[in-house]
Design a protein around this ligand. Sequence first.
Ligand code: NAP
Length: 241
Amino acid sequence: MTARILLLGGTGDALAIARTLRPRHVYSLAGLGRVPADLACAVRVGGFGGAEGLARFLADENIALVVDATHPYAAQISANAARACAAAHVPYWALRRAPWQPQPGDDWRMVSGWAGLVEAIVPFARPLFTLGREPLAHLNEVPERQHWTIRCLEAHPGHARARIIDARGPFTVEGERALFTEARIDVVVSKNSGGAATEAKLAVARAMGLPVVMMQRPLLQDAQREFTSAQEAIDALANPI
Ligand code: NAP
């Protein structure tokens, strides 16, 4: 594609798309994780300053298409991007990975926020949190009768009732089973991220008869074109209609 693309990223799918972009295109990251240094396209890091800032960026940088490949739970940047594109008359495309679906034998307990999540894990002693950094802000709230295992992309010493595992997927069924057993996990807390890289925990929870407290997905704006995989987006960018 010859028009200048802004790709909003911060996910493995976005990185796969970014690897196919030529130098004139821009890959944008919030700045929380690793910044790849081996891409042909330009890489920028940090917020734009809300929808207005993003609309200004689109005009200043002569962007002709925005591709939103951010995480399905990164609702703020997606809302900003949809608004900025509408204001700047720039097409808005999005990669919307399909959510996981419960399968026979699954015991999913849907919650919509931190308070609901805390309530849902009351009956359990050893939850495994796999939904990012949020639990780190609540380390002083771990109840006496619980021990938390928190897997996220951040090194942290934890404390006597909270262990933090700094690990990046993909995760295997064997690895998840070993972790669940060793940490004596009795409930899994998850976002419904979709995709294969972090799905093994669900298979292991099912096999071990463990419930999954699942954080509901936020509602996102419709995009002009939507893709369910990185490859679909890559193909569309190579052959725009
Ligand atoms: P968010 O709440 O939707 O966004 C918060 C703010 O961060 C946005 O308003 C924007 O700042 C900035 N931002 C987010 N993504 C950006 C990007 N790609 N480029 C430039 N600025 C960006 O996002 P979040 O949930 O904190 O996630 C931050 C990043 O981590 C996202 O890029 C997302 O793809 C990635 N990520 C998130 C999750 C998750 O569970 N939320 C999981 C894996 C990866 P301004 O308003 O100043 O523009």
